[in-house]
Design a protein around this ligand. Structure first.
Ligand SMILES: Cc1cc2nc3c(=O)[nH]c(=O)nc-3n(C[C@H](O)[C@H](O)[C@H](O)COP(=O)(O)OP(=O)(O)OC[C@H]3O[C@@H](n4cnc5c(N)ncnc54)[C@H](O)[C@@H]3O)c2cc1C
Length: 403
Protein backbone atom coordinates (compact mmCIF):
# COMPACT_ATOMS: atom_id res chain seq x y z
CA UNK A 1 0.00 0.00 0.00
CA UNK A 2 1.28 3.47 -0.75
CA UNK A 3 1.01 6.57 1.37
CA UNK A 4 -2.07 7.84 -0.49
CA UNK A 5 -3.99 4.68 0.33
CA UNK A 6 -2.65 4.42 3.90
CA UNK A 7 -3.25 7.98 5.03
CA UNK A 8 -5.12 10.15 2.57
CA UNK A 9 -8.29 8.21 1.94
CA UNK A 10 -11.04 6.80 4.10
CA UNK A 11 -11.76 3.17 3.17
CA UNK A 12 -14.78 1.39 4.63
CA UNK A 13 -14.12 -2.30 4.16
CA UNK A 14 -17.21 -4.52 4.56
CA UNK A 15 -17.31 -7.02 7.42
CA UNK A 16 -18.55 -9.99 5.37
CA UNK A 17 -19.86 -10.92 1.95
CA UNK A 18 -23.67 -10.87 1.73
CA UNK A 19 -25.41 -13.86 0.11
CA UNK A 20 -26.95 -11.65 -2.62
CA UNK A 21 -26.41 -8.30 -4.34
CA UNK A 22 -28.31 -6.38 -7.00
CA UNK A 23 -25.08 -6.04 -8.98
CA UNK A 24 -21.85 -8.04 -8.77
CA UNK A 25 -18.84 -6.57 -10.57
CA UNK A 26 -15.92 -8.90 -11.24
CA UNK A 27 -12.60 -7.04 -11.23
CA UNK A 28 -11.37 -4.21 -9.01
CA UNK A 29 -9.63 -2.23 -11.73
CA UNK A 30 -10.62 1.23 -12.89
CA UNK A 31 -13.57 0.12 -15.01
CA UNK A 32 -15.15 -2.11 -12.37
CA UNK A 33 -14.76 0.47 -9.60
CA UNK A 34 -15.88 3.44 -11.71
CA UNK A 35 -19.03 1.54 -12.67
CA UNK A 36 -19.72 0.86 -8.97
CA UNK A 37 -19.04 4.52 -8.15
CA UNK A 38 -21.43 5.86 -10.81
CA UNK A 39 -24.11 3.29 -9.89
CA UNK A 40 -23.99 4.65 -6.34
CA UNK A 41 -23.55 8.36 -7.05
CA UNK A 42 -25.74 8.79 -10.15
CA UNK A 43 -28.41 6.12 -9.69
CA UNK A 44 -28.56 5.45 -5.93
CA UNK A 45 -27.79 1.75 -6.50
CA UNK A 46 -25.55 0.69 -3.62
CA UNK A 47 -26.35 -2.99 -3.08
CA UNK A 48 -23.29 -3.71 -5.20
CA UNK A 49 -20.22 -5.91 -4.66
CA UNK A 50 -16.89 -5.48 -6.44
CA UNK A 51 -14.84 -8.68 -6.31
CA UNK A 52 -11.10 -8.40 -6.91
CA UNK A 53 -9.02 -11.55 -6.85
CA UNK A 54 -5.78 -9.73 -6.07
CA UNK A 55 -5.58 -6.11 -4.88
CA UNK A 56 -7.32 -2.94 -6.09
CA UNK A 57 -5.54 -1.54 -9.14
CA UNK A 58 -3.17 -4.52 -9.36
CA UNK A 59 -4.11 -5.09 -13.02
CA UNK A 60 -3.53 -2.74 -15.92
CA UNK A 61 -5.14 0.20 -14.12
CA UNK A 62 -2.05 0.37 -11.92
CA UNK A 63 0.44 -0.46 -14.68
CA UNK A 64 -0.31 2.01 -17.44
CA UNK A 65 1.46 5.11 -18.71
CA UNK A 66 -1.44 7.33 -17.53
CA UNK A 67 -2.18 9.15 -20.80
CA UNK A 68 -5.59 10.73 -21.25
CA UNK A 69 -6.69 12.07 -24.65
CA UNK A 70 -9.61 12.14 -27.07
CA UNK A 71 -7.73 12.38 -30.39
CA UNK A 72 -9.08 9.14 -31.83
CA UNK A 73 -9.59 8.22 -35.47
CA UNK A 74 -13.36 7.69 -35.81
CA UNK A 75 -16.25 9.97 -34.76
CA UNK A 76 -17.85 7.51 -32.31
CA UNK A 77 -14.57 7.09 -30.45
CA UNK A 78 -13.74 10.81 -30.39
CA UNK A 79 -17.13 11.59 -28.80
CA UNK A 80 -16.79 8.80 -26.24
CA UNK A 81 -13.24 9.69 -25.18
CA UNK A 82 -14.04 13.40 -25.12
CA UNK A 83 -16.69 12.59 -22.51
CA UNK A 84 -13.97 10.90 -20.45
CA UNK A 85 -11.62 13.88 -20.88
CA UNK A 86 -14.44 16.13 -19.61
CA UNK A 87 -15.11 13.88 -16.60
CA UNK A 88 -11.39 13.68 -15.78
CA UNK A 89 -11.19 17.48 -15.80
CA UNK A 90 -13.50 17.61 -12.75
CA UNK A 91 -12.64 14.30 -11.10
CA UNK A 92 -10.33 15.78 -8.43
CA UNK A 93 -13.10 18.18 -7.43
CA UNK A 94 -15.79 15.51 -7.53
CA UNK A 95 -13.87 12.92 -5.47
CA UNK A 96 -12.09 15.56 -3.33
CA UNK A 97 -8.81 13.70 -3.88
CA UNK A 98 -5.49 14.89 -5.32
CA UNK A 99 -5.28 12.76 -8.46
CA UNK A 100 -2.31 14.69 -9.89
CA UNK A 101 -4.27 15.40 -13.06
CA UNK A 102 -2.17 17.61 -15.32
CA UNK A 103 -2.97 18.94 -18.78
CA UNK A 104 0.17 18.80 -20.93
CA UNK A 105 -0.85 18.79 -24.59
CA UNK A 106 -0.03 15.90 -26.89
CA UNK A 107 2.08 16.01 -30.06
CA UNK A 108 1.64 13.16 -32.52
CA UNK A 109 4.60 13.33 -34.88
CA UNK A 110 4.53 12.74 -38.67
CA UNK A 111 7.76 11.47 -40.24
CA UNK A 112 6.55 10.87 -43.79
CA UNK A 113 4.01 12.05 -46.35
CA UNK A 114 1.64 9.30 -45.21
CA UNK A 115 2.19 10.45 -41.65
CA UNK A 116 1.30 14.04 -42.58
CA UNK A 117 -1.94 12.85 -44.19
CA UNK A 118 -2.72 10.75 -41.11
CA UNK A 119 -2.15 13.61 -38.65
CA UNK A 120 -4.09 16.09 -40.80
CA UNK A 121 -6.98 13.60 -40.93
CA UNK A 122 -6.80 13.10 -37.16
CA UNK A 123 -6.99 16.88 -36.61
CA UNK A 124 -9.98 17.17 -38.97
CA UNK A 125 -12.05 14.33 -37.50
CA UNK A 126 -11.25 15.38 -33.91
CA UNK A 127 -12.27 18.97 -34.47
CA UNK A 128 -15.46 17.95 -36.29
CA UNK A 129 -16.46 15.73 -33.35
CA UNK A 130 -15.75 18.11 -30.48
CA UNK A 131 -12.13 17.36 -29.52
CA UNK A 132 -9.70 20.15 -30.31
CA UNK A 133 -6.69 19.03 -32.39
CA UNK A 134 -4.71 21.14 -34.86
CA UNK A 135 -2.03 20.33 -37.41
CA UNK A 136 1.29 22.05 -36.60
CA UNK A 137 4.55 22.51 -38.56
CA UNK A 138 8.10 21.74 -37.35
CA UNK A 139 8.70 25.31 -36.14
CA UNK A 140 5.65 25.08 -33.86
CA UNK A 141 6.74 21.61 -32.69
CA UNK A 142 10.13 23.03 -31.70
CA UNK A 143 8.40 25.68 -29.61
CA UNK A 144 6.07 23.21 -27.88
CA UNK A 145 8.86 20.69 -27.22
CA UNK A 146 12.40 22.08 -27.64
CA UNK A 147 13.95 18.70 -26.71
CA UNK A 148 12.79 17.06 -29.98
CA UNK A 149 15.50 16.61 -32.62
CA UNK A 150 13.62 17.80 -35.72
CA UNK A 151 16.03 15.85 -37.93
CA UNK A 152 15.05 12.63 -36.11
CA UNK A 153 18.69 11.63 -35.96
CA UNK A 154 18.79 11.90 -39.75
CA UNK A 155 16.58 8.80 -39.97
CA UNK A 156 13.13 9.91 -38.78
CA UNK A 157 12.81 13.59 -39.81
CA UNK A 158 9.94 15.51 -38.25
CA UNK A 159 7.65 16.91 -40.97
CA UNK A 160 4.70 17.98 -38.82
CA UNK A 161 2.38 16.79 -36.07
CA UNK A 162 -1.14 16.91 -34.79
CA UNK A 163 -1.36 18.79 -31.51
CA UNK A 164 -4.09 17.93 -29.01
CA UNK A 165 -4.02 20.52 -26.19
CA UNK A 166 -6.29 18.43 -23.92
CA UNK A 167 -3.76 15.58 -23.71
CA UNK A 168 -3.13 15.00 -20.00
CA UNK A 169 -1.99 12.54 -17.36
CA UNK A 170 -3.27 11.55 -13.90
CA UNK A 171 -1.78 9.35 -11.23
CA UNK A 172 -3.30 5.94 -12.11
CA UNK A 173 -3.49 4.24 -8.71
CA UNK A 174 -4.97 7.36 -7.13
CA UNK A 175 -7.76 7.40 -9.70
CA UNK A 176 -8.61 3.77 -8.95
CA UNK A 177 -8.54 4.20 -5.17
CA UNK A 178 -10.56 7.42 -5.32
CA UNK A 179 -13.32 5.56 -7.17
CA UNK A 180 -13.12 2.71 -4.63
CA UNK A 181 -13.34 5.14 -1.72
CA UNK A 182 -16.27 7.05 -3.23
CA UNK A 183 -18.21 3.86 -3.91
CA UNK A 184 -17.47 2.38 -0.47
CA UNK A 185 -18.53 5.59 1.26
CA UNK A 186 -22.00 5.15 -0.23
CA UNK A 187 -22.26 1.51 0.82
CA UNK A 188 -20.76 -0.47 -2.06
CA UNK A 189 -18.91 -3.57 -0.79
CA UNK A 190 -15.40 -3.98 -2.21
CA UNK A 191 -13.55 -7.24 -1.54
CA UNK A 192 -9.90 -7.91 -2.30
CA UNK A 193 -8.45 -11.44 -2.55
CA UNK A 194 -11.84 -12.69 -3.73
CA UNK A 195 -11.56 -14.34 -7.13
CA UNK A 196 -14.50 -15.42 -9.26
CA UNK A 197 -14.09 -19.06 -10.25
CA UNK A 198 -17.47 -19.71 -11.86
CA UNK A 199 -20.72 -18.12 -13.03
CA UNK A 200 -24.07 -19.51 -11.88
CA UNK A 201 -26.75 -19.97 -14.51
CA UNK A 202 -30.45 -20.80 -14.27
CA UNK A 203 -32.64 -21.23 -17.35
CA UNK A 204 -30.19 -19.39 -19.59
CA UNK A 205 -29.71 -16.44 -17.23
CA UNK A 206 -26.66 -15.61 -15.14
CA UNK A 207 -27.87 -15.48 -11.54
CA UNK A 208 -24.66 -15.16 -9.57
CA UNK A 209 -21.02 -16.05 -9.18
CA UNK A 210 -18.94 -18.72 -7.50
CA UNK A 211 -16.02 -17.21 -5.64
CA UNK A 212 -13.04 -18.34 -3.64
CA UNK A 213 -15.13 -17.30 -0.58
CA UNK A 214 -18.35 -19.09 -1.63
CA UNK A 215 -21.36 -18.40 -3.89
CA UNK A 216 -23.06 -14.99 -4.30
CA UNK A 217 -26.42 -14.42 -5.99
CA UNK A 218 -26.70 -11.38 -8.27
CA UNK A 219 -29.35 -9.54 -10.28
CA UNK A 220 -26.70 -8.53 -12.81
CA UNK A 221 -23.07 -9.62 -13.23
CA UNK A 222 -20.57 -7.35 -14.96
CA UNK A 223 -17.19 -8.69 -16.06
CA UNK A 224 -14.51 -6.00 -15.76
CA UNK A 225 -11.45 -8.22 -15.60
CA UNK A 226 -9.24 -6.74 -18.31
CA UNK A 227 -7.15 -9.30 -20.15
CA UNK A 228 -8.76 -12.18 -18.24
CA UNK A 229 -12.17 -11.70 -19.84
CA UNK A 230 -11.82 -14.73 -22.10
CA UNK A 231 -11.78 -17.03 -19.08
CA UNK A 232 -14.82 -15.41 -17.46
CA UNK A 233 -16.85 -15.29 -20.71
CA UNK A 234 -16.07 -18.93 -21.46
CA UNK A 235 -17.82 -19.86 -18.18
CA UNK A 236 -21.12 -19.08 -19.94
CA UNK A 237 -20.03 -20.46 -23.31
CA UNK A 238 -19.34 -17.03 -24.77
CA UNK A 239 -16.47 -16.53 -27.22
CA UNK A 240 -15.26 -12.95 -27.55
CA UNK A 241 -13.21 -11.33 -30.36
CA UNK A 242 -10.47 -10.61 -27.84
CA UNK A 243 -6.85 -11.74 -27.65
CA UNK A 244 -4.65 -10.99 -24.67
CA UNK A 245 -1.21 -9.52 -25.39
CA UNK A 246 1.48 -8.29 -23.01
CA UNK A 247 2.41 -4.60 -23.12
CA UNK A 248 5.62 -3.30 -21.62
CA UNK A 249 6.75 0.14 -20.47
CA UNK A 250 9.67 1.66 -18.59
CA UNK A 251 10.82 4.76 -16.71
CA UNK A 252 14.25 6.37 -16.56
CA UNK A 253 15.92 8.12 -13.69
CA UNK A 254 14.92 11.72 -13.08
CA UNK A 255 15.48 14.36 -15.72
CA UNK A 256 15.90 17.88 -14.41
CA UNK A 257 14.93 19.84 -17.49
CA UNK A 258 11.16 20.15 -17.80
CA UNK A 259 9.67 18.08 -20.59
CA UNK A 260 6.17 19.49 -20.90
CA UNK A 261 4.07 17.69 -23.51
CA UNK A 262 3.29 14.07 -24.27
CA UNK A 263 5.05 13.06 -27.50
CA UNK A 264 3.85 10.13 -29.62
CA UNK A 265 5.11 8.77 -32.92
CA UNK A 266 3.44 6.13 -35.06
CA UNK A 267 6.62 5.84 -37.15
CA UNK A 268 8.71 5.04 -34.10
CA UNK A 269 5.96 3.01 -32.43
CA UNK A 270 6.44 4.75 -29.08
CA UNK A 271 5.54 7.69 -26.86
CA UNK A 272 7.08 9.62 -23.97
CA UNK A 273 6.06 11.92 -21.15
CA UNK A 274 7.60 13.09 -17.90
CA UNK A 275 6.21 12.04 -14.53
CA UNK A 276 5.72 14.45 -11.63
CA UNK A 277 8.90 13.00 -10.09
CA UNK A 278 10.86 13.85 -13.24
CA UNK A 279 11.25 10.34 -14.64
CA UNK A 280 10.82 9.90 -18.39
CA UNK A 281 7.97 7.44 -18.93
CA UNK A 282 8.15 5.53 -22.22
CA UNK A 283 5.54 3.25 -23.76
CA UNK A 284 5.34 1.33 -27.01
CA UNK A 285 3.57 -1.42 -28.93
CA UNK A 286 2.13 -4.69 -27.58
CA UNK A 287 4.20 -7.87 -27.76
CA UNK A 288 3.18 -9.65 -30.95
CA UNK A 289 2.52 -13.08 -29.47
CA UNK A 290 -0.66 -13.41 -27.34
CA UNK A 291 0.18 -14.37 -23.77
CA UNK A 292 -0.81 -13.90 -20.13
CA UNK A 293 2.84 -13.65 -19.07
CA UNK A 294 3.99 -10.60 -17.14
CA UNK A 295 7.62 -11.03 -18.25
CA UNK A 296 9.63 -7.93 -19.15
CA UNK A 297 12.44 -8.37 -21.64
CA UNK A 298 15.65 -6.79 -22.82
CA UNK A 299 14.73 -6.95 -26.57
CA UNK A 300 11.72 -4.65 -25.96
CA UNK A 301 13.86 -2.24 -23.98
CA UNK A 302 16.59 -2.11 -26.59
CA UNK A 303 14.19 -1.66 -29.53
CA UNK A 304 12.02 0.95 -27.84
CA UNK A 305 14.83 2.95 -26.23
CA UNK A 306 16.83 3.05 -29.47
CA UNK A 307 13.89 4.43 -31.46
CA UNK A 308 12.83 7.03 -28.91
CA UNK A 309 16.43 8.26 -28.60
CA UNK A 310 16.45 9.22 -32.30
CA UNK A 311 13.63 11.69 -31.57
CA UNK A 312 14.68 12.70 -28.04
CA UNK A 313 18.50 12.55 -27.95
CA UNK A 314 18.72 13.66 -24.30
CA UNK A 315 17.41 10.19 -23.35
CA UNK A 316 20.90 8.85 -24.12
CA UNK A 317 22.19 10.41 -20.90
CA UNK A 318 19.53 8.76 -18.73
CA UNK A 319 19.38 5.31 -17.16
CA UNK A 320 16.52 2.83 -17.14
CA UNK A 321 15.13 2.70 -13.63
CA UNK A 322 12.23 0.27 -13.89
CA UNK A 323 10.45 -1.83 -16.51
CA UNK A 324 7.13 -3.64 -16.18
CA UNK A 325 4.35 -5.39 -18.09
CA UNK A 326 0.55 -5.64 -18.17
CA UNK A 327 -1.66 -8.00 -20.17
CA UNK A 328 -4.05 -6.23 -22.55
CA UNK A 329 -7.47 -7.26 -23.84
CA UNK A 330 -7.04 -6.46 -27.54
CA UNK A 331 -10.21 -6.45 -29.66
CA UNK A 332 -9.96 -7.26 -33.34
CA UNK A 333 -11.06 -3.75 -34.38
CA UNK A 334 -9.06 -1.85 -31.71
CA UNK A 335 -12.24 -0.53 -30.09
CA UNK A 336 -13.75 -1.41 -26.70
CA UNK A 337 -16.61 -3.86 -26.19
CA UNK A 338 -19.15 -2.56 -23.68
CA UNK A 339 -22.57 -3.69 -22.59
CA UNK A 340 -24.98 -6.56 -23.18
CA UNK A 341 -23.65 -9.94 -24.29
CA UNK A 342 -26.74 -11.83 -25.43
CA UNK A 343 -26.57 -13.87 -22.20
CA UNK A 344 -29.26 -12.55 -19.82
CA UNK A 345 -27.88 -10.98 -16.67
CA UNK A 346 -24.29 -10.89 -17.95
CA UNK A 347 -22.51 -7.75 -19.21
CA UNK A 348 -18.92 -7.06 -20.17
CA UNK A 349 -16.59 -4.10 -20.33
CA UNK A 350 -13.51 -5.19 -22.24
CA UNK A 351 -11.39 -4.58 -25.32
CA UNK A 352 -9.61 -1.80 -23.45
CA UNK A 353 -6.31 -2.93 -24.87
CA UNK A 354 -3.56 -0.37 -24.47
CA UNK A 355 -5.98 2.58 -24.22
CA UNK A 356 -8.49 1.98 -21.42
CA UNK A 357 -7.12 4.14 -18.57
CA UNK A 358 -8.39 7.32 -20.18
CA UNK A 359 -11.78 5.65 -20.66
CA UNK A 360 -12.37 4.79 -17.01
CA UNK A 361 -14.72 7.71 -16.13
CA UNK A 362 -16.86 7.56 -19.27
CA UNK A 363 -16.86 3.76 -19.39
CA UNK A 364 -17.98 3.55 -15.75
CA UNK A 365 -20.58 6.28 -16.16
CA UNK A 366 -22.14 4.76 -19.27
CA UNK A 367 -22.20 1.17 -17.99
CA UNK A 368 -23.77 2.33 -14.75
CA UNK A 369 -26.50 4.03 -16.80
CA UNK A 370 -27.06 0.83 -18.79
CA UNK A 371 -27.30 -1.32 -15.64
CA UNK A 372 -29.58 1.18 -13.88
CA UNK A 373 -32.00 1.79 -16.77
CA UNK A 374 -31.69 -1.37 -18.86
CA UNK A 375 -31.12 0.83 -21.93
CA UNK A 376 -27.81 1.16 -23.74
CA UNK A 377 -26.82 4.85 -23.83
CA UNK A 378 -26.29 6.30 -27.32
CA UNK A 379 -22.64 7.13 -26.53
CA UNK A 380 -21.69 3.47 -26.15
CA UNK A 381 -24.22 1.82 -28.46
CA UNK A 382 -21.66 1.62 -31.31
CA UNK A 383 -19.35 -0.40 -29.04
CA UNK A 384 -21.74 -3.24 -28.25
CA UNK A 385 -20.63 -6.84 -28.76
CA UNK A 386 -23.21 -7.55 -31.45
CA UNK A 387 -21.42 -5.16 -33.84
CA UNK A 388 -19.23 -8.08 -34.90
CA UNK A 389 -22.27 -10.18 -35.87
CA UNK A 390 -23.89 -7.18 -37.58
CA UNK A 391 -20.72 -6.45 -39.58
CA UNK A 392 -20.47 -2.98 -38.00
CA UNK A 393 -16.97 -3.13 -36.59
CA UNK A 394 -15.39 0.10 -35.31
CA UNK A 395 -11.91 -0.12 -36.83
CA UNK A 396 -9.71 2.47 -35.12
CA UNK A 397 -6.00 1.74 -35.04
CA UNK A 398 -5.60 5.22 -33.54
CA UNK A 399 -6.78 3.70 -30.26
CA UNK A 400 -3.22 2.62 -29.56
CA UNK A 401 -0.92 5.55 -28.85
CA UNK A 402 1.44 4.18 -31.47
CA UNK A 403 -0.76 4.17 -34.62
C1 LIG B 1 2.11 -0.80 -19.93
C2 LIG B 1 0.72 -0.27 -20.17
C3 LIG B 1 0.56 1.06 -20.55
C4 LIG B 1 -0.72 1.57 -20.78
N1 LIG B 1 -0.85 2.90 -21.05
C5 LIG B 1 -2.08 3.46 -21.16
C6 LIG B 1 -2.21 4.86 -21.31
O1 LIG B 1 -1.23 5.62 -21.32
N2 LIG B 1 -3.46 5.38 -21.44
C7 LIG B 1 -4.56 4.58 -21.44
O2 LIG B 1 -5.66 5.10 -21.60
N3 LIG B 1 -4.47 3.24 -21.23
C8 LIG B 1 -3.26 2.66 -21.09
N4 LIG B 1 -3.12 1.31 -20.87
C9 LIG B 1 -4.34 0.47 -20.82
C10 LIG B 1 -5.08 0.59 -19.50
O3 LIG B 1 -4.19 0.43 -18.44
C11 LIG B 1 -6.16 -0.50 -19.41
O4 LIG B 1 -6.92 -0.54 -20.59
C12 LIG B 1 -7.12 -0.22 -18.25
O5 LIG B 1 -6.40 -0.03 -17.06
C13 LIG B 1 -8.09 -1.38 -18.10
O6 LIG B 1 -8.79 -1.25 -16.89
P1 LIG B 1 -9.70 -2.44 -16.40
O7 LIG B 1 -10.38 -1.99 -15.16
O8 LIG B 1 -10.57 -2.90 -17.54
O9 LIG B 1 -8.70 -3.66 -16.14
P2 LIG B 1 -7.66 -3.93 -14.97
O10 LIG B 1 -7.15 -2.68 -14.36
O11 LIG B 1 -6.66 -4.89 -15.53
O12 LIG B 1 -8.53 -4.61 -13.85
C14 LIG B 1 -9.03 -5.91 -13.98
C15 LIG B 1 -8.98 -6.56 -12.61
O13 LIG B 1 -9.70 -7.80 -12.66
C16 LIG B 1 -9.07 -8.68 -11.75
N5 LIG B 1 -9.48 -10.06 -12.09
C17 LIG B 1 -9.10 -10.81 -13.16
N6 LIG B 1 -9.70 -12.00 -13.11
C18 LIG B 1 -10.49 -12.01 -12.00
C19 LIG B 1 -11.36 -12.96 -11.42
N7 LIG B 1 -11.55 -14.16 -11.97
N8 LIG B 1 -12.01 -12.63 -10.26
C20 LIG B 1 -11.84 -11.39 -9.70
N9 LIG B 1 -11.01 -10.47 -10.21
C21 LIG B 1 -10.36 -10.76 -11.36
C22 LIG B 1 -7.59 -8.41 -11.95
O14 LIG B 1 -6.83 -8.85 -10.83
C23 LIG B 1 -7.57 -6.91 -12.14
O15 LIG B 1 -7.29 -6.22 -10.95
C24 LIG B 1 -1.87 0.73 -20.65
C25 LIG B 1 -1.71 -0.59 -20.27
C26 LIG B 1 -0.43 -1.10 -20.02
C27 LIG B 1 -0.28 -2.53 -19.59
Amino acid sequence: MNEFVERAIDLRWPAAIKPAYDVVIIGGGGHGLATAYYLATRHGITNVAVLERSYIGGGNSGRNTTIIRANYGIPEAVRFYQRSVDLYAHLEQETDRALMHKTKGLLWIAHSEAGIRQERARAAVNTACGATTEYVDPAAIGEICPQIDLTGGGVWPVYGASYHPAGSTARHDRVVWAYAEGAMRLGVDVFQRTGVIGLRMERGRVTGVETSQGPIAAGVVLSAVGGHVTTIASMVGLRLPIRTHPLQAFVTNRYAQAFHPIVASSGLGGYASQTAKGEMLIGAEIDRAPSYAYDSGYPFLQHCAFRMMTLLPFLRDLRVLRQWTGVCDMSTDYSPVMGLTGVDGFLVTTGWGTWGFKAIPAGGEQLAALIATGRTPDLIAPFSLDRFARDRTMADRGSAGTH
